[in-house]
Design a binder for this molecule. Structure first.
Ligand SMILES: [Zn+2]
Ligand SMILES: [Zn+2]
Length: 473
């Protein structure tokens, strides 16, 4: 029993599979992550048969990752908690607004900040929400015991709500920038009654800065230099290339995906199942690809308002080549290139591998460019700067994978991509029809980088998008 518990805890370390974890439990008697960490450091892990220095270093890095991730949750966990709580507050009692990191669409969050707008004291609101007060935080919030994550509850009367909402949503860097501008203009933000957020920003001489950009001073500077004039909005993301059907590891048929895309008002949908080397994901053999093309054509007839494209998510093989002969790839509407295997390659090798895939004339989109899985797996080691430069040079779109477990390319790198003029494709990587709704996450993360519509492939006229994917635009 003790061995099993130890095994469970050790399995939280990325890259340490069940078999190898069991070996360490058996050989070293380690049951806790902290014990395993010590064993990595004092050479005991390296001395176990089949491990060695490199394994020990990788396990230690995995442990550091687990520790950094502790207490963090994926954004959808917080979004769902917020909507459950919102439903508990009777409308006549006031409003509950999401503020803080969740309102900024931060990819992982530590807590859920809520602003109650109304006349009641926060403690009474906590009772209405049926949450226990744990403590009063230094900034005046009530820390509540939420069921999925801690909840910090703030309260403001309606007249102060706009300023409270902006100041509670802004992370420290952005908040300081806003307060500095306010001080220079002689405005006490917290004490002023604004009609709307737009009015608040106008008083500061700024265009409306959306919550996604209140991450740091960069967002305020972007507003100052006029970079928000052409920023993408949710409606500009008019469909998803890179989706999976039952032909590989998806759970919906092509028809179900198309029906959902239509329902959502999408203008296009790309079907890109896994390629033949992706055995674990039911990758398509070449003859399947031809049969799938016929099905895509049949479904397309039933959805005249939706441009249905037939592509493939081609594995990038360890040497950087793609997964089918060139003429097979060239016959498709588009090719999404993805690294799925040998994720632990050293930096120089991984960078060369990805650069070769980007340079392939069939590649239209480089998918989930760093391969990270939020709170589960670190990015692979490819040099992102070099990869982005290659995407700019070869006119290959870099994907912003909108799956909330990926959100890859990260928005910090996305800012660099925008600087380099790299075209961005926001895709859901949906594995069922419901997954197509994830585009909203992609749009929000794109806004963190002030991505302009001119660089968003999803926003282009369809004929131009199609031509770009074939490297003709
Ligand atoms: Zn993939
Ligand atoms: Zn995929």
């Amino acid at each position: 029993m003790v061995e099993n518990q130890g095994l469970l805890e050790l399995l939280s370390v990325p890259g340490l599979g069940a078999r190898r974890a069991a070996v360490l439990v058996h050989e070293l008697g380690v049951h806790k992550v902290d014990e395993l960490d010590a064993a990595c450091r004092d050479g005991r892990v390296a001395a176990v048969r089949g491990f060695g220095d490199r394994s020990a270093a990788r396990i230690a890095a995995g442990i550091a990752f687990v520790r950094r991730s502790r207490g963090l949750r994926l954004l959808p966990v917080a979004v769902a908690a917020a909507s459950r709580l919102d439903a508990r507050l009777p409308r006549r009692e006031g409003l509950l607004k999401v503020v803080g990191s969740v309102a900024r669409w931060r990819e992982v969050v530590r807590d859920l900040d809520l602003l109650y707008v109304g006349e009641r004291p926060a403690a009474e609101v906590a009772t209405m929400l049926d949450l226990r007060v744990e403590e009063t935080m230094p900034d005046g919030a009530l820390r509540l015991a939420g069921d999925a994550l801690p909840v910090d509850l703030y309260a403001a009367p309606p007249a102060r709500a706009v300023a409270a909402r902006v100041l509670l949503t802004a992370a420290p860097g952005a908040r300081h920038a806003l307060l500095a501008r306010a001080a220079a203009a002689g405005i006490d933000l917290a004490a002023t009654a604004f009609r709307s957020e737009a009015a608040l920003f106008e008083a500061l001489g700024l265009p409306h800065v959306p919550p996604e950009l209140l991450e740091d001073a960069w967002g305020i500077e972007a507003a100052e230099r006029g970079a928000l004039l052409d920023i993408v909005g949710p409606d500009d993301v008019r469909g998803s290339l890179h989706t999976h059907s039952r032909w590989s590891d998806g759970r919906s048929t092509i028809r179900e995906l198309a029906a959902r895309a239509s329902e959502l008002g999408h203008r296009f949908l790309g079907i890109s199942d896994h390629s033949r080397s992706a055995h674990y994901a039911g990758g398509l053999k070449e003859p399947d690809l031809l049969r799938q093309r016929d099905e895509v054509a049949r479904v397309a007839e039933a959805f005249p308002d939706l441009l249905l494209l037939h592509g493939i998510e081609s594995d990038v093989l360890p040497d950087g080549s793609l997964d089918y002969p060139d003429e097979t790839l060239a016959a498709l509407d588009f090719v999404v290139a993805s690294v799925h295997s040998r994720m632990e390659m050293p930096p120089a090798e991984m960078t060369a591998r990805v650069l070769r895939a980007v340079a392939h004339p069939a590649t239209g989109i480089l998918a989930h460019p760093t391969g990270r899985l939020l709170l589960r797996r670190e990015p692979h080691a490819a040099d992102v700067e070099a990869v982005l430069a290659a995407c700019a040079e070869h006119r290959v779109a870099v994907e912003l994978n909108a799956n909330p477990e990926r959100l890859d390319l990260d928005w910090r790198y996305l800012r660099r991509a925008v600087e380099l003029g790299v075209v961005v494709a926001i895709s859901t990587d949906a594995h069922d029809a419901a997954g197509l709704s994830d585009l909203a996450y992609g749009a929000a993360v794109a806004r963190k980088a002030a991505l302009p519509k001119s660089l968003l492939l999803n926003a282009w006229p369809l004929d131009r998008m199609v031509a770009f994917l074939k490297r003709r635009a």
